[in-house]
Design a protein around this ligand. Structure first.
Ligand code: SAH
Ligand code: SF4
Length: 380
């Protein structure tokens, strides 16, 4: 069911979805409805101690003390951008760190969450991919990013109203290669007693793990974004090595199947714009041929976030515009992602990539939160 219950250790309740918490309460000889109360205290009110749960029977609170806990991830740093974007770096132990990014907009507030420390897929243009794979996050470590962001934001904004309206699994890692931890975390995001988000507002982004797309469709269909990045197999093989295992035709077939149960009637395809690699007009036409009249989709063109080891460059604005125009002219809904939090490197594995190297040596010295408002990340 999940990874939070280990009889030899205290149970971290952040890792239990409502079903899991109900089973845990039963183990303690408590009625299942107590689980709902507990769950609401933890996720809706942000309680981190049982003494705060005033309407819970004293006997249950006493039972929980010592056996269970609500343990957040230590925050290594917080960077606030001039545009309101906030990036947190969390310590997940053994020198590993993961990030979450909060992106406020006029009509929504999105949190981008990590699913793994590092990533095994190894995409050419991704700094997380260049770091290699360290380990899967546990359910509680995925949810702890949301729990901390939501409740610390409420505190600083002096409100009890919900703040985060959308979640995208677009931080570090390939969520569909950490499936068993991911699904309970998604369920907690959707649960009316938890974060109460609609399926349309929770997006899983994947590089194309075909069998897991099929499983997600059955177990927990939420909005799906697929990182395409190329319109043909030879080019995609180079950019997204997983394509050799699950080539484009198979990927599109799994997208068709997904759409039968998806909460939205389209798939979002992400396409990272790399100068003179995948951004030519010929490739734009090839993309139109691949997708038009084939699948209901939207294209999201992402300006590449350069990092030295990649040897790649961000497409110029002119090239992005020309590429987008070809898609739009063919009737494909296309957006170019706004870059947010540029001043704090709030994109795709960047900060964690930098800090991780340092944390291997220094993490034990920087447990306390470091707040750097409106400044570039520290690079000491
Ligand atoms: N592993 C999943 C989700 C995490 S990556 C996936 O690949 O979909 C989230 C998105 O960021 C993906 O679309 C990915 O292609 C993109 N991305 C990764 N590195 C990037 C970079 N350096 N610049 C721009 N986008 C990047
Ligand atoms: Fe992994 Fe996604 Fe980065 Fe590819 S783009 S290496 S799948 S995190």
């Amino acid at each position: 069911m999940n990874d939070a219950v280990n009889p030899l250790e205290q149970v971290n309740l952040l890792g239990l979805d409502l079903e899991g918490l109900a089973a845990y309460c039963e183990q303690l000889g408590e009625k299942r409805f107590r689980a709902t109360q507990l769950f609401r205290w933890i996720h809706q009110k942000g309680a981190s101690g049982f003494d705060q749960m005033t309407d819970l029977a004293k006997s249950l609170r006493t039972k929980l003390e010592g056996k269970a806990l609500i343990a957040a991830l230590p925050v290594i740093s917080e960077h606030v951008s001039a545009d309101g974007t906030i990036k947190w770096l969390f310590d997940v132990g053994n020198g590993d760190a993961v990030e979450a990014v909060y992106i406020p907009e006029s009509d929504r507030a999105t949190l981008c969450i990590s699913s793994q420390a590092g990533c095994a897929v190894g995409c050419r243009f991704c700094s997380t991919g260049h770091q290699g794979f360290s380990r899967n996050l546990a359910t509680w470590e995925i949810i702890a990013q949301l729990w901390y962001a939501e409740h610390s934001l409420r505190q600083r904004q002096g409100t009890t109203d919900r703040i985060i309206s959308n979640i995208v699994m677009m931080g570090m890692g390939e969520p569909l290669q950490n499936y068993t931890a991911l699904v309970p975390a998604l369920k907690m995001m959707l649960d009316d007693h938890g974060y109460g988000l609609s399926r349309r507002r929770v997006t899983v982004s994947t590089s194309g793990v075909v069998p897991m797309i099929d499983r997600l469709r059955e177990d927990c269909p939420v909005a799906l974004a697929v990182s395409l990045h190329a319109p043909n197999d030879p080019l995609r093989d180079q950019l997204v090595p997983l394509n050799k295992k699950y080539p484009i035709a198979e990927l599109l077939e799994s997208c068709d199947r997904y759409l039968e149960k998806a909460p939205r009637d389209f798939i979002t395809f992400e396409y990272c714009m790399l100068q003179e690699v995948n951004d030519t007009p010929e490739l734009a036409h090839e993309l139109v041929k691949l997708l038009k009249n084939r699948i209901n989709c939207k294209l999201n063109l992402i300006p590449f976030n350069p990092f030295p080891a990649s040897g790649l460059k961000r497409s110029t604005n002119e090239r992005v515009k020309a590429f987008a125009q070809i898609l739009v002219d063919a009737g494909i809904v296309t957006t170019v992602r706004k870059t947010r939090g540029d001043d704090i490197d709030a994109a795709c594995g960047q900060l964690a990539g930098e800090v991780q190297d340092r944390t291997r040596a220094h993490i034990r010295m920087v447990r306390a939160p470091v707040v750097v408002k409106g400044a570039s990340p520290q690079r000491t």
